[in-house]
Design a protein around this ligand. Structure first.
Ligand code: PEP
Ligand code: MG
Length: 561
């Protein structure tokens, strides 16, 4: 194969060299046979395939629960439900009655639901992948085609696929698989998120060219540059091999002059905890609890949440675990909560607004679980509230915490009120930061939303990428103002937006005065190394200089210098 480089979207800043294993999910059945079809026989074949699919899914569910975690295994519950979906069942029946063989009937019955999900936004669109997964499983069983076992791949395999669905990725063993690359998919697809949480080199969305790569070819998959190099030079291979050797620092780190900066991880699932610890996280700086509510039919109850939170606390016995209360709405819909159909959901009912209004019961249940976990878990818990825009909202949230504590007292249930904090994600929160900081123990800057709202540049809209940069002077000044407001009001301050995970910005953030930085696990080693090379005095002089800059270009030039 000729030496060539294909490009897509890098999912995780890691590279590896390996051998191609194609994972073919061929559901192109060609035209149905001309021979006439006996509907009862075809229906029976469908029933048999469904039974076999159910058995496979249950076995995979069990294997995933053991290997990855109960939460990840939840994906298979959704698949089991799709298997019994009445719309699909009646679609298959009517297609078979119209003389289609069972495999073609399955393909037709899934077409409309897949299209419907595909047209939706964000995570709902990913349900289309779940449906394809179930469809392809049934077709494989009906046609008796061979299947690559993703749970049993040779060491050093680079998996190439049209796309990888949740049940595919959950089977990949990170100790054996070198990485993967897909024809379709973006940075927020399930496969990319999975790659990041396991620090697995991956490039998604390469496009049609990927299909030309041959089985057994040697490739470098570089999730940092978004490249897949075919027949790489010795130099390129070596680069990839050494790039994967990460120098993990498990102890807390300080600057050259001895200022300790806590470097923590952002997580969304219990299954990620061991991985983030292995990357050297001092604790959890953002536990996005809405992920505990996804891929299921009803919310987790108090005990299930309590277990999730104590598991996190027990993983970091000497560290801090900051749990953010439910942040749904915006780009994070949860089907069973019947969110309103808003014209602009990012400016609508999301975050704390829902907790204080339509989801008060969920909020109280979550706080009960958290206050119990604060007393029982090994590590130190902290709770923070998302998308606060007014002091009144914070006061109402704090009153709810008090009310829940009083109720637990009355019930004689062991509990504790931990440190409390507010996320600073909107310009209004920046302006109110002194009053917010007065009322809580800490502030945590969510630069993903703060940048979107300050610059009026939507998250996920690639046309406004340059505006959605936290080193825009307006955003930087908003951040500096937040740090100052926190420290003047005896609160500590952290950052948990994506900006915190960029090692090129670590000096600037330490210079601005951050006490804690929290990020995707995979960037922790690099940020810890960056903290250790910072001289605090120089860093704060550089930060002051950056705050004087009029343009992003000037700030970027200063950073380069
Ligand atoms: C943020 O907005 O920066 C943040 C950390 O929250 P999320 O990305 O979950 O909205
Ligand atoms: Mg946010």
């Amino acid at each position: 194969m000729s030496r060539r480089t294909l490009t897509g979207t890098g999912a995780t800043p890691r590279a590896a060299v390996g051998t191609v294993v194609w994972y073919d999910r061929d559901s192109d059945l060609g035209d149905p046979d001309e021979t006439s079809v006996d509907p009862p026989t075809e229906l029976e074949r469908f029933e048999d395939a469904r039974e076999a699919a159910r058995a496979e899914l249950e076995a995979e569910r069990e294997r995933t629960a053991e290997r990855v975690g109960e939460q990840e295994a939840g994906v298979f519950d959704a698949h089991l439900q799709f298997l019994d979906d009445p719309q699909i069942e009646s679609g298959v029946t009517s297609a078979v009655e119209n003389d289609l063989p069972a495999e073609h009937a399955v393909k037709r019955a899934f077409a409309d639901p897949i299209e419907q999900f595909q047209e939706m936004d964000g995570r709902m669109a990913e349900r289309a992948d779940d449906l394809r997964d179930v469809r392809d499983r049934l077709i494989r069983l009906l046609t008796g085609s061979e299947r690559v076992d993703l749970g049993d791949l040779p060491n050093g395999a680079v998996v190439l696929a049209e796309r990888l669905t949740p049940s595919d990725t959950a089977q990949l063993d990170p100790d054996r698989v070198a990485g993967f690359a897909t024809v379709t998919g973006g940075r927020t697809s399930h496969a990319a998120i999975f790659a990041r949480s396991l620090a697995l080199p991956a490039v998604v969305g390469i496009g049609d060219e990927l299909r030309e790569v041959e089985e057994d070819a040697t490739v470098v998959v570089d999730g940092e540059t978004g490249e897949l190099c075919l027949d790489p030079t010795d130099e390129r291979r070596e680069e990839a091999a050494t790039a994967s050797e990460v120098d993990v620092r498990t102890d807390p780190v300080s600057t050259v002059d001895g200022t300790t900066v806590e470097v923590a991880a952002n997580v969304g699932q219990p299954a990620e905890l061991d991985g983030v610890r292995a990357q050297g996280a001092d604790g959890i700086g953002l536990y996005r609890t809405e992920f505990l509510f996804l891929d299921r039919q009803s919310p987790p109850d108090e005990d299930e949440q309590y277990d999730a939170y104590t598991t996190a606390l027990d993983t970091f016995p000497d560290g801090r675990v900051i749990v953010r209360t439910l942040d749904i709405g915006g780009d994070k819909p949860i089907p069973y909560l019947n969110l309103p159909d808003e014209e602009n959901p990012f400016l609508g009912e999301r975050g704390i607004r829902r907790s204080l209004d339509s989801d008060t019961e969920l909020f109280e249940t979550q706080l009960r679980a958290l206050l119990r976990a604060a007393a029982d878990g090994d590590g130190e818990l902290a709770i923070m509230f998302p998308l606060v825009t007014t002091v009144d909202e914070l006061d109402a949230a704090l009153e709810t915490v008090d009310a829940v504590a009083t109720q637990l007292d009355a019930e004689n249930v062991t509990h504790a009120v931990p440190e409390l904090g507010v996320m600073i994600e909107t310009p209004s929160a920046v302006f109110a930061a002194p009053e917010l900081a007065e009322r809580v123990d800490f502030l945590s800057v969510g630069t993903n939303d703060l940048t979107q709202y300050t610059m009026a540049a939507a998250r996920g809209n690639e046309n406004v990428e340059a505006l959605r940069d936290p080193t825009q002077p307006a955003v930087l000044r908003a951040i500096a103002r937040t740090v100052e407001a926190a420290h003047e009001n005896d609160a500590w301050v952290g950052m948990c937006g994506e900006m915190a995970g960029d090692p090129d910005l670590t000096e600037l953030l330490v210079g601005l005065g951050f006490d804690e930085l929290s990020m995707s696990a995979v960037t922790i080693p690099d940020v810890k190394a960056a903290v250790q090379s910072v001289h605090t005095d120089e860093a704060s002089a550089h930060a002051t200089h950056a705050l004087d800059a009029a343009t992003r270009e000037q700030i970027r030039t200063q950073l380069d210098e």
